[in-house]
Design a protein around this ligand. Structure first.
Ligand SMILES: [Zn+2]
Length: 104
């Protein structure tokens, strides 16, 4: 769930960057600054995308105890990507990871 939020955030940043650069078209004085600002924002969101991609590769997919779907968990405590249910990662004796519902 955290991964999804991060990805949405990066997407929003790209849109914001386009808006900033679009404003530059109407305000020629600020054009160079707005273009640079927009470029920086796009670079940041591309970087976030790469990070999210790399992270979701290394994160094991585990079965959600609420909806039985395979979900990716960031950190020890997170929410399910599908049902938003709170979950906690537990480790058994053989280092196998599994999810349990988190009560809060
Ligand atoms: Zn779920």
């Amino acid at each position: 769930m955290k991964l999804n939020r991060l990805r949405n955030w990066a997407l929003g940043l790209i849109f914001l960057a386009f808006i900033v650069m679009y404003i530059g078209v109407f305000v020629p004085v600020l054009m160079p600054y707005l273009l640079v600002l927009g470029m920086i924002m796009i670079l940041i969101s591309v970087f976030i995308y790469f990070r999210v991609g790399a992270m979701s590769m290394s994160i094991p997919t585990l079965e959600c105890p609420h909806c039985q779907k395979k979900t990716k968990v960031l950190g020890v405590e997170d929410g399910c990507m599908y049902c938003q249910g709170l979950i906690k990662v537990e480790m058994d004796e053989s280092d196998g990871l599994y999810l349990v519902p988190r009560t809060k």
